[in-house]
Design a protein around this ligand. Sequence first.
Ligand code: 13P
Ligand code: SF4
Length: 360
Amino acid sequence: MTDSCEVEGGYADQDLPFDVPNTVTEVLDDEEKKVLYDRIEKLLKEKDAVLVAHYYVDADLQILAEKTGGYVSDSLDMARFGNECDASTLVVAGVRFMGETAKILNPEKRILMPDLDANCSLDLGCETKAFSKFCDEHSDRTVVVYANTSAGVKARADWMVTSGSAVDVIKHLEAKGEKILWAPDKYLGDYVQQQTGAEMLIWDGACIVHEAFKGTELEEMKKARPDSKVLVHPESPPSVIALADFVGSTTGIINYAKDSDAKEFIVATDRGIFHKMKAAAPGKVFLEAPNAGNSATCQSCSHCPWMAMNNLKNLADCLEKGTNEVFVDEKTSRLAVKSITRLLDFSKDQGHVIYGANDA
Ligand code: 13P
Ligand code: SF4
């Protein structure tokens, strides 16, 4: 068994059941960028569109989203913002499940994405038919799925959760004595199980970016830099989570870095987040957690190859031509909206901070 895979199974020690794109980002000079920025800004106005971006996409897209009255956030806040803004078109710079969630919550809005093939290893590793069979075999359990799943999987679920809400939701269900069927991220499932003591049956899926972080090498790095704090996204393996000073969602990680007295942070999540972390906590130092070592299986080098498929050129193109529209069939949407709305209502009742890290 490899260091990065303490829980049985996972992708670290086997062939992946899907293709991982080899995304190459074209480097643009300042003049090329300015032309695209101006074109996109004009198109957003003309098309009554708003750009909603995830922290992991290219910094240019994050800057543009904020400059044009759009939004940059984690997956939970992206869903909330899309739901609350007035624009008739949302352009979602992120991965497929984020576009689908926006469509399910806003069926009357047009949802565009720079690249519809931008997916997620968790979504790809939890195919609707197989998942549905798994649910049928365990029909006594409450089905809780992570946001990083297809609309079809959400349609089969009782609850959708995000990394920022999973512990609270499972605590709530555990207090009612419910047994949980959890999918698809086994590391997040394992972490939530530890935090809540809930009885959970866990699907065998993983994020290829976070699974690659290495506990042994992180321990060495931490010893060499005793004043730095270790910030970890809970899609990481248990050996990495065990070394964390803070475990939480992308927004949680940014807020921790901003509020902490520490000056240096070792960060175990996609390096796209560094743009926002530097803006939120200027002058502080952010270092990538190690993702290679004796048992190196890195598929991603700390950057999601699907998030990297979003760029200024395909963003401008989808807006101009109205291509890459996201559709979810009516029946799937009608079922999936229940599990998503349940989370949005729950987090509102819990008084969760909305739009946290953008105030940075
Ligand atoms: P967040 O909900 O924390 O933004 O996570 C989404 C994701 O895809 C992490 O890999
Ligand atoms: Fe999916 Fe991992 Fe990419 Fe997040 S970083 S979108 S979980 S593959």
